[in-house]
Design a protein around this ligand. Structure first.
Ligand SMILES: [Zn+2]
Length: 119
């Protein structure tokens, strides 16, 4: 991956590093699986996506928005996952809209399911 010409990517990479490692923040967690359906206005077919986290993964639970014209958007599951772990919940479902602070032309949204396994 070429990071050199893309400041946003560099920033995102730094954010991941700053987020630290899953096992450091959440020692009792064995794995986290985020399954989501990505919905975009004007596109009837949802795009499925699965993201896996392990104890050695970065504790960065923000998923990029797939919209081409999205300005700094994404879906931040940090709050959802932190709350789940604090309550030792196994699964949680919900919906999130793109958290763009600027414009997200496609008004993207996801429906997600988070599954967490504990050690
Ligand atoms: Zn977006």
């Amino acid at each position: 991956m070429n990071l050199r010409n893309n400041p946003r990517r560099i920033e995102r990479a730094q954010q991941k590093i700053d987020a630290g490692i899953v096992s450091a923040h959440f020692p009792g967690v064995a794995s986290i699986v985020i399954s989501m359906m990505y919905n975009q206005r004007g596109i009837s077919k949802s795009v499925p996506r699965v993201v896996n986290f392990f104890p050695s993964s970065y504790a960065f639970f923000r998923v990029d928005c797939l919209s081409k014209n999205c300005d700094d958007g994404g879906f931040d599951l940090t709050q959802v996952i932190t709350t789940m772990i604090n309550n030792r919940r196994g699964t949680e479902k919900g919906e999130l809209s793109c958290g763009s602070t600027g414009s997200c032309d496609d008004q993207s949204a996801i429906t997600y399911k988070v599954a967490i396994q504990y050690t």
